[in-house]
Design a protein around this ligand. Sequence first.
Ligand code: NAD
Ligand code: UD1
Length: 341
Amino acid sequence: MKVLVTGGLGYIGSHTCVQLIENGHTPVVMDNLSNSKALVLNRIEALTGQRPSFHLGDVRDEAFLDSIFAQHQIDAVIHFAGLKAVGESVSKPLEYYDNNVNGSLVLARSMRKAGVKNIIFSSSATVYGDPQQVPITEDSPTGATTNPYGRSKYIVEQCLSDLFTAEDDWSITLLRYFNPVGAHPSGTLGEDPQGIPNNLMPFIAQVAVGRRDKLAVFGDDYPTPDGTGVRDYIHVMDLADGHLAALNALTNKSGLHIYNLGTGKGSSVLDMVNAFSAACGHPVAYEIHPRRAGDIAECWASTAKAEQDLGWKATRDIAQMSADTWHWQSNNPQGYDELEK
Ligand code: NAD
Ligand code: UD1
């Protein structure tokens, strides 16, 4: 299949491009490079022997999207492009709604014009807010998210669901990711956050490689086994494979489909620190800080629906996630190097 991958040079998009190529698909990448670098194309080519067709531009630019659909016979779209920093979304709500909500609407409009009606959308477990029970199933209540980023994901889910109600020849899949971590096992692709990382795994990796002194553990008084927050960390390669499984199911029939992509297992902050310390061979320094505002105690996915409908299941554990992140971070201590040819 020829697949338009928006945001395809970002963290999850780049790993998904590799897996698409490895499985006989042809990704066509578009990205505005607001949170990624063009040299990721070199890395994808080095891994797969194929350089995807790349279109530099913005998902909010309808004429630009129209021109991509005119140039390529696209079968399906995987829509990763968007902004993702929760804290930044609180201070820049207009930018977040514009990139994430408006960008998705412009994309859907351009797709309709081109007669391309298969789309996979990157949603997030954040749409569940503070869950009433774990594991979280796909029919758990949504919408109680507390920040503009989370609301933008929820709004796009609603928009796409209304679109399907109005035009039932679309095939729309909403994938709710839990906590993506890890890197390609080659150590050449990984997560490269700008500035101080907000998320746990990249922060731990930067402490381990010596870029930061110690991790602040946000709270040890949650009602969890060791008092620290529990999340469902999923390896980015498993996540990429989940997109392949969703893609194969997507084009079989029209419909609106919603899946959690997680492992079904919860790990605490200290579990992650310990797994990473084992992977890198020295202890990762940390100290206990107060809870971070807006954090929930625990959250992990029910994976039954994805297993049953997609035949997909995550296979990599936190030891593997830590080992692959360490391989990436120690090979690329400063992230992607702009000087690289
Ligand atoms: P990322 O920032 O690494 O990748 C997003 C890519 O989109 C970047 O390459 C960026 O340059 C590009 N982009 C952003 N705005 C754009 C625009 N207007 N036009 C064109 N390109 C644009 O993020 P990621 O971690 O790979 O996340 C991919 C998607 O998955 C995002 O929609 C994100 O919200 C969602 N998601 C991520 C996580 C996570 O923890 N990483 C969790 C849940 C959902
Ligand atoms: C965050 C986002 C969420 C998004 C998800 C995707 C927030 C509030 N939520 O979720 O919207 O969908 O990423 O990956 O940002 N922690 C520390 N020290 C740190 C960083 C994190 O102790 O320096 C702890 C947190 O308190 C939490 C766990 O590590 O218990 C995971 O945090 P993080 O990686 O930021 O992910 P989430 O908070 O689950």
